[in-house]
Write a protein that binds this ligand. Structure first.
Ligand code: COA
Length: 349
């Protein structure tokens, strides 16, 4: 039975990083709080006028180059994003056009921070069914469009004026989530492999929409007359941080236990647990509950913050390029995101 193998990866982080102290110019926060509560030291933001498809382009090109492939070698695009360039069409078709993959099927996945898990399951099925041979999986996010401040010049340090009291207060009201998210893109190319055991070894995926209100961006087509009525507040995330945290530290370790049980693979045989990076304390807690050495769950949240659907492919690219991730290894992707969508996927790469 065919499976899949990773043949190339890429990432792109736009512009210079913004530190926690940079953020303290536009809302009431400080470096100590952000580092202690989340593990984040800096994050990147998408430049004005660009979107996730723009960030995905250099990441996809880097992945093609690392795999020694041309755009014409790709026969399917899966695009993970919760901050698409447009409400429609999806960002995958925009990326396809910019990359020169015209006519190739492109599908956006709406599973937020867990999208990469769904993408791997889908890619494996597409390959198994013969529908695709070589798939470009991209995760890209431009959260900066929904940040609760207007004072980008102050944040960027190009102006030393102070934000108005009203703007500072509004941004501070949303500081719990606003300091957490960053922008970026990651890309992974997978292709059909006939090596015995290659590809998906086990899947434990779930979604539970009873938690929508705990983490969502309300803007959408639920409102009749939306075109005239949607205001700026609907474009701000709603996040009950503590509730999401509590759910993550229970659901994620349970899912890892389940996927290992279902697959008959002990956790000790997994080379890497590649986890979404929402909060350093969540991942530390998952390791503790599973009795795992945290060194087996790599962390890069300090440099990028939470980049939602881009997080796992960015981390995979870092690990692929520095040689930690190698063909033949068994990896476990683990994530929870808005919806909730959560779970874990075991893949022999
Ligand atoms: N800077 C300074 N203080 C802040 C702050 C910030 N950026 N954000 C919140 N605070 C303050 C609050 O106002 C509150 O103050 P009070 O005690 O005086 O009322 C205090 O810190 C605690 O706030 P709380 O929101 O309870 O903090 P927390 O410890 O739960 O941390 C998160 C907030 C968001 C970092 C944390 O809940 C989290 O990571 N949750 C999971 C989120 C997640 O995974 N989301 C994405 C899924 S993909």
């Amino acid at each position: 039975m065919p499976g899949l193998s990773i043949v190339g990866t890429g990432r792109f982080l736009p512009g210079r990083p913004y530190t926690n102290s940079d953020l303290a110019r536009v809302l009431d926060t400080n470096d100590e709080w952000i580092r202690q509560r989340t593990g984040i030291a800096q994050r990147h933001y998408c430049p004005r006028g660009q979107g996730p498809a723009d960030l995905a382009l250099p990441a996809a090109k880097a992945a093609l180059e690392s795999a020694n492939l041309a755009p014409s070698d790709i026969d399917y695009i899966l695009f993970n994003t919760m901050t698409p360039d447009h409400v429609f069409p999806g960002s995958g078709t925009v990326l396809g056009a910019n990359l020169g993959c015209i006519g190739v099927p492109a599908l956006d996945l709406r599973a937020q921070c867990a999208a990469m898990l769904y993408s791997f399951q889908l890619a494996d099925s597409l390959i198994l069914s013969g529908a695709a041979k070589r798939i470009l999986i991209v995760g890209a996010e431009a959260h900066s469009a929904m940040m609760p401040w207007r004072d980008w010049d102050v944040l960027e340090g190009t102006s030393d004026r102070k934000p108005s009291a009203q703007d500072f207060e509004r941004a501070t009201k949303h500081r719990g989530w606003a300091v957490v998210f960053g922008d970026g893109a990651g890309a992974v190319i997978v292709e059909r492999s006939d090596k015995p055991g290659a590809g998906i070894v086990g899947v434990d995926l779930h979604s539970d929409g009873t938690h929508v209100e705990e983490l969502c961006l309300p803007a959408g087509f639920k409102m009749r007359g939306a075109a005239g009525e949607i205001g700026a507040e609907e474009w701000l995330i709603r996040m009950q941080g503590r509730e999401v945290f509590k759910q993550a530290v229970v659901k994620l370790p349970r899912s890892v236990e389940l996927v290992c049980e279902k697959s008959g693979v002990p956790a000790s045989e997994v080379d890497w647990f590649i986890a979404h990076q929402a909060n350093r304390r969540i991942n530390d807690s998952v390791c503790e509950r599973l009795g795992l050495d945290p060194a087996r769950m790599p962390c890069n949240i300090d440099r990028y913050g939470n980049t939602s659907g881009a997080t796992i492919p960015i981390l995979m690219d870092e690990m692929w390029r520095d040689g930690r991730l190698r063909p033949g290894q068994l990896i476990c992707l683990v994530a929870l995101g808005a919806g909730f969508h959560w779970g874990s996927v075991l893949v022999r790469i």
